[in-house]
Structures are given as C-alpha cells and as structure tokens.
Write a protein that binds this ligand. Structure first.
Ligand SMILES: *[C@@H]1O[C@H](CO)[C@@H](O)[C@H](O)[C@H]1NC(C)=O
Ligand SMILES: *[C@@H]1O[C@H](CO)[C@@H](O)[C@H](O)[C@H]1NC(C)=O
Ligand SMILES: *[C@@H]1O[C@H](CO)[C@@H](O)[C@H](O)[C@H]1NC(C)=O
Ligand SMILES: *[C@@H]1O[C@H](CO)[C@@H](O)[C@H](O)[C@H]1NC(C)=O
Ligand SMILES: *[C@@H]1O[C@H](CO)[C@@H](O)[C@H](O)[C@H]1NC(C)=O
Length: 522
C-alpha cells in the first residue's frame, strides 16, 4: 500500500531583515507587522513531511508536523496532510455508537511532566479526563497468575511506589527496597527531563551529546533490567512489575529495552487523556498554526537543487523549498532521497502491535478461561511478564488485557494489546462466549529500543531536518513535540538567525513564571 504523507508547507517571508516571526506566544499571535506579500516563488518556504495514516500509525507522528509548524508560522503557512491523519481519529466508539464513551486505540495517556501536552490541553481549552481504575492488577506469565493486588501500579496511575508500602501483599512479595530504588531511578530521570522545558533548555544537533548533557548515557546504553539490577533492585521486582510496565507501554521486555525508555514507562502517569480523544490536541495545533492543509498527498522524492534548495516531488507536482523537515519514520515513507542522505539514517525497526477492543457481558474474566481454580478472582487489569517463557514456559498470548469500564448496564469494554492477532476463538474462550462487538487494529506502534550509544543525525543535510531522529532515544507523544521544537528552532537559526524564542535565542521574559515552558512562554 502506498504511504500517504502529511506535507506541511511553511512559506515565510524572504528578506531576513523583514523577517518577523510571531515569537511571542507563537500559537496565538499574528505577526504584528503585516509582511508585504511577495510572489510565492521568491518567498522562502518550508515543507514539513509527516507520516500519514495509511498504515494506521498512531498519533505520535502526527504531533510532529503540527507542533513544528505551530512554532513557526503565523500566517505564512500552508499544510498538506492526509485526510485520516488530520481528522486523526484514534478513538473508536463501542458498537460504532457515538453516544457511547470514546476509547483511545493507541497511546492514550500523558503526565503533568509532559509539559507541552499538558499546556496544549489548557491553552486549547480541552478537557482532561483522569483515569481512575482501581479495580486491581494481576501479572500473568502465560501459565500462572503470579501476583494480584487490589491496587494498580503507580506507572498506570498517579503517585509513587510508596502507595504500595501500605499494601501488605505487595510489600511481602517485593520488599521495601526495590520499589524505593525504582522510584529514585524514575525521579532522577524526570528531574533531568524537566530541563528540556526550562529557559536554558538544551538544543541539540547530536543526540549523543544531548544524552550526555542530561546524564543519560548510562541509562540509554544499558537494558532496563541490567541498569535496575546494578541499582540493587531485585530480580523479582524487575521481571514482574518492571517488565509488566515495559511490555504494556512499549511491547518490549525489560532485558531488551534501554533503561531510559524503561524509566519513561515507569514514570507515574497521573493518567490523563483528553476527553473525546487526544487527537484534538494535534488538530488544534494544526488549526491554530493557520497553516494551509493539503490533504492526502504522497511525497515521492526529496532532491537538492544546485542553489541549496530542495525539490519535493509529490502527487501535487514538483515544488521547491528553502528547507524540508522530515517528520515521519524515513524507512516507512518510501520517499526517495539522495544516497548521501539515506545512508545517514539507520533503519529503525518497530514493534508491530495488535489492538483488540471488545465488549462483553462478563464482569471479569472467568478463572476457568485460564484454567485457574473457580475461587480465583481475575483482576480488571492483567499485565504480563516474559519470565515464564525465559524459563522454558509458555509466552503470554497478550501484552496486556484490561477492562476499561462499563459502556452500558451490564456491558464492559476490554482492550487487549498483543503481538499476534487474537482470534475469535480465543476471545470466545476467554470470555466464555460472551463477546459482543469486536474491533481490531494493528500498526507499528513503538520503535524497538535496544540499548544504544549512537543515534541518527538531526540534520541530514543543509536545509534538511529529521524529527524522528529522536525516536531511538525516547519515543512518546511528548518527546516528539520536544524533538519538533528543537528542529524548528535549529531551522530558524540556520536560515534566519533567530530561534523560536527570538534572535537572542534565549527567552526574554516570563522566565520566572511558575510552570514556565520554553517555547510557550518566551
Ligand atoms: C447508542 O447508545 C445509546 C446510549 O447507550 C443508546 O441509547 C442508543 O440506543 C444507542 N444507539 C444505537 C443505534 O444502538
Ligand atoms: C472554554 O471552555 C469552556 C467550558 O467548555 C467554555 O465555557 C469557554 O467559552 C471556552 N473558552 C474558549 C476561549 O474557548
Ligand atoms: C487519497 O488518495 C487516493 C489516491 O491517491 C484515493 O484513492 C483516496 O480515496 C484518497 N483518500 C481520501 C480520503 O481522499
Ligand atoms: C555525535 O557525537 C558523537 C560523540 O562526540 C560522535 O561520535 C558522533 O559521530 C556524533 N554524531 C553525529 C551524527 O554527528
Ligand atoms: C516581554 O518583553 C517585551 C519586550 O522585552 C515586552 O514588551 C513584553 O511586554 C514582555 N511580555 C511580558 C508578558 O512580560
């Protein structure tokens, strides 16, 4: 299938002296001085190519072009996008009935430390919805229910592991030190993460350097298991609670995924999502950028001209741009680029994820579905560990399976993440034949994130920038907005001697503001 891409065009005025970006509150302010309108062919123009939804990519990519453009553009913007990505429907309705609660298919939660997402929700007057799901959690290893508790782990709620210390069962199984050390590990990562929003936020053209600036080199070069073990966290805690988290959040095991992403998956989520779907945030970014949007466009190639520009060949024809931001995973775009560019982009494998949503009249999974004694109470949220399989047992059929509340009297909705398609037969067995509506989606949901010390280049060539270079480092909705901000800042500096916060490159005011966010408050 052809990949339809999001193409965002940002024409800006040509004369550098006349160049007045709406640096202050770029999301809302128009440039105060109307620029003289120049013929299109002499205006510098910037194209942003983001991933379309042909393959149902989750919203991660879609953040990119909207954010990038938004930081930039005042009224000189045109956007090309694919229809489905601009409507961005990553929510679905049980029974396809829009009167029922919307359910997010993919990445669905963000935290207060995700300052761009948080701020956008506030600025755009959207409503946050807190997840409150305290019906308990269990860890399934494919054959046995290893542990159940009437709490959910902090990485799926708010607060910290201390809430677990009130729970005798959890304390008995995992002790006091492992949760405490894990908490310290996550807190330290988060404290560093917050620098990315400060007035002195680092800017990077080399992610290896950024990693070192943030003191994350050790994290990113080791697996989550190895790192936590070296911090004195017990094997049992790692293979059960930590692995349950890396599996539910990234579809990867704790001994496969690097410790920076492991820490992200363990961060307390405070579990917020936007009422009606997170996609609205990106829709608003796009709308408020006042960019022109071109739908359903396939970009075929990007090639340099002799005059330091770039020609985009798309099904809209060929057009020349001052600069191009590639905001899609290059290898899945099938875009032709010069060899000296493509050779700089390492292949990035993805975890292929199957999402199965269904409704059932079973209030919980019957224990006989797992061949467990009839007295067993199966918790509403089942997470998994690979530990059984590691020791020669059976691999869990799914990464996670959880009840997501009632949709009507006596009918619940359940979400399953798995590596393979969940057959009707399996579903029927699991819910004792009581399966109503079923919806399946699959996509390359997460990058495969092994320990590493090298990253793709942010700037692929003069005037050609790659947002997704950030993905092997950290991959979340939020960090894509950070990567976009960085690329736009760099592009503005390279082309116009001014960053997103003005020519000085540093914010001029509001830096004392509580909850200051670089890019929003400068
Ligand atoms: C949709 O859901 C609402 C609320 O439960 C219900 O009243 C309505 O009958 C449903 N519509 C259809 C077409 O099933
Ligand atoms: C924000 O939302 C509130 C409640 O929905 C509404 O009353 C208000 O008019 C909205 N404000 C703006 C600026 O859209
Ligand atoms: C997008 O374009 C393709 C062909 O280029 C067409 O088949 C498809 O219907 C279009 N989709 C939308 C939503 O316009
Ligand atoms: C980034 O910096 C590291 C260490 O200085 C260097 O080895 C690497 O080649 C640089 N990467 C790029 C893409 O320039
Ligand atoms: C920011 O600084 C500019 C000039 O330095 C000033 O005109 C403006 O009022 C300041 N804005 C705020 C919100 O303090």
């Amino acid at each position: 299938m052809r990949t339809h891409l999001v193409l965002t065009l940002l024409p800006v005025v040509s004369a550098v002296s006349a160049f007045q970006l709406p640096f202050k509150l770029p999301f809302f302010n128009q440039p105060s001085v109307q620029q003289p309108l120049q013929p299109t062919n002499t205006r510098p123009r910037i194209a942003i190519i983001g991933a379309g939804s042909g393959r149902g990519r989750p919203i991660r990519e879609r953040v990119v072009h909207r954010r990038a453009c938004v930081h930039h553009c005042g009224h000189f913007v045109r956007v090309l996008t694919s229809i489905s990505s601009s409507t961005g429907s990553t929510v679905v309705f049980p029974h396809d009935n829009t009167s029922l609660p919307a359910i997010e298919l993919g990445a669905s939660i963000f935290v207060k430390a995700n300052k761009n997402m948080w701020r956008a929700v506030d600025e755009f007057n959207l409503t946050r919805r807190d997840f409150r799901d305290d019906k308990g959690m269990g860890i399934w290893d494919g054959e046995k229910l290893l542990f159940t508790v009437n709490l959910i782990p902090p990485y799926l709620a708010s607060g910290g592991w201390w809430s677990w210390w009130d729970n005798a069962k959890a304390l008995l199984r995992y002790g006091f030190q492992s949760p405490r050390r894990t908490q310290a590990f996550v807190d330290k990562m988060l404290a560093q993460f917050l620098h990315l929003y400060s007035p002195e936020a680092p800017k990077w053209d080399n992610i290896t350097h950024l990693s070192s600036t943030l003191e994350w080199t050790e994290l990113v070069s080791q697996s989550t298991s190895d790192y936590l073990r070296s911090e004195g966290v017990s094997d049992k805690f790692i293979s059960e609670l930590v692995e349950a988290s890396t599996r539910v959040n990234y579809g990867q095991n704790a001994d496969e995924i690097h410790a920076l992403e492991g820490a992200c998956s363990l961060a307390p989520t405070g579990a917020s999502a936007v009422q009606g779907g997170n996609f609205q945030v990106f829709e608003q970014f796009l709308k408020r950028s006042q960019a022109n949007v071109y739908l359903n466009t396939t970009v075929k190639s990007i090639s340099p001209t002799t005059s330091n520009r770039w020609v985009l060949d798309s099904d809209r024809g060929s057009e020349t741009y001052t600069a191009v931001i590639l905001a899609a995973p290059y290898h899945s775009t099938k875009i032709q680029v010069p060899v000296d560019v493509s050779s700089r982009i390492p292949t990035q494998p993805y975890v292929h994820l199957h999402v199965t949503l269904l409704t059932t009249t079973q209030p919980s999974i019957p224990p006989q579905s797992f061949s467990l004694p009839a007295s067993t109470k199966i918790p509403a949220m089942l997470l998994t560990t690979f530990e059984g399989a590691r020791n020669g047992g059976k691999e869990p059929e799914f990464n996670s399976m959880s009840y997501h509340g009632l949709i009507s009297e006596g009918e619940w909705v359940v979400k399953i993440f798995s590596k393979k398609r969940m057959s009707n037969k399996w579903l029927s067995k699991m819910f004792d034949g009581k399966v109503g509506w079923v919806l399946r989606k699959e996509w390359d949901a997460y990058p495969v994130l092994p320990p590493t010390s090298s990253f793709p280049e942010v700037k692929l060539a003069p005037g050609l920038y790659y947002v997704n270079s950030f993905e092997p480092f950290i991959s979340t909705m939020e960090t894509e907005t950070l990567a976009s901000r960085n690329v736009v800042d760099m592009l503005l500096k390279d082309s116009f001697e001014s960053g997103i916060c003005g020519p000085a490159g540093t914010p001029l005011n509001d830096t004392d503001k509580e909850d200051y966010v670089f890019g929003w408050d400068c």
